[in-house]
Design a protein around this ligand. Structure first.
Ligand SMILES: [Fe+2]
Length: 275
């Protein structure tokens, strides 16, 4: 099974530049073109939040125009820049977003790898949280299908990626999630976004990853007091591969980078077959 993760798309209305500098719409165009040209068709694309910059209807309309070109099925998840209701209104066919009034969490049981998406958005806040009620819901979902390999997707990483905003953890109750996952070994990976660069770490008894942004990259904090900064590093997306041949197979993650001058059509072209 091939799952593509795109994250932190930060689309602006009428394709306006993000922060007057970053072509988030043009970069997403190139990501979509590259995903469509994968040598093996993706089973699923999941977008892990910050779909638009200001949660505005006109931004979601622009986002739709770009994402409608994707060939693979798409799942959406909000981030701290999103507005749940406007997201739902703009993608009415994504009815899984409306199952809970104050949360866009969902379970996808359509594939051999089960996907559970958590909504970590706290309205008006940069940081996120899972919340007691959603943690209890998650525990119920995991307890209901202990035999089924599962991937958890969320916008705010529940672990430290070293990049923080104001010395606060991205997700306030990440440790509570880690404690819960100790009892649910079917969770093969926790994927997230928010930190705008590819990051991998251990988390509970599983693995945690952060996908790069399709819009703009954040810099590595090389020292504890390094302030937050953006860079001109390539943007990109991740490919999560699950072999589904053995019960204990891991989800393997590859990061695809798209430099500004890279033509999407050439990303997966063979240039040399010499070992
Ligand atoms: Fe973001």
């Amino acid at each position: 099974m091939l799952i593509i993760q795109i994250s932190d798309l930060h689309i602006r209305a009428e394709r306006a530049l993000l922060n007057r500098r970053y072509d988030s719409a043009g970069n997403l165009d190139r990501c979509v073109a590259a995903i469509n040209q994968l040598p093996r068709q993706a089973d699923l694309v999941i977008a892990t939040g910050d779909l638009v910059q200001f949660g505005a209807r006109a931004e979601y309309a622009c986002l739709r125009e770009i994402l409608d070109k994707l060939h693979a099925p798409l799942l959406l998840l909000p981030g701290n820049h999103d507005n749940r209701q406007k997201l739902r209104d703009s993608f009415p066919e994504h009815d899984y977003l409306t199952l809970y009034p104050d949360s866009c969490r969902f379970v996808c049981d359509d594939y051999p790898l089960r996907i559970i998406a958590l909504d970590t958005v706290i309205d008006g806040e940069v940081e996120g949280a899972i919340g007691t009620e959603q943690l209890e819901w998650l525990e119920d979902q995991l307890a209901a299908r202990p035999e089924k390999p599962t991937l958890i997707a969320m916008h705010h990483p529940p672990f430290s990626g070293m990049i923080d905003f104001g010395n606060k953890p991205s997700c306030a109750d990440g440790p509570a999630l880690a404690a819960l996952l100790q009892d649910h070994p079917q969770v093969r990976k926790v994927i997230s976004g928010h930190l705008h660069r590819a990051i991998a770490t251990g988390f509970a008894q599983t693995q945690g990853t952060v996908a790069p942004s399709t819009a703009v990259s954040f810099g590595i904090p090389f020292f504890p007091d390094t302030p937050f900064y953006r860079t001109d590093e390539p943007v990109g997306f991740q490919i999560h591969v699950w072999a589904d041949s053995t019960d204990d197979s891991a989800v393997i993650t590859h990061t695809v980078s798209l430099a500004c001058d890279t033509q999407a059509a050439k990303i997966f072209a063979i240039t040399d077959e010499t070992a």
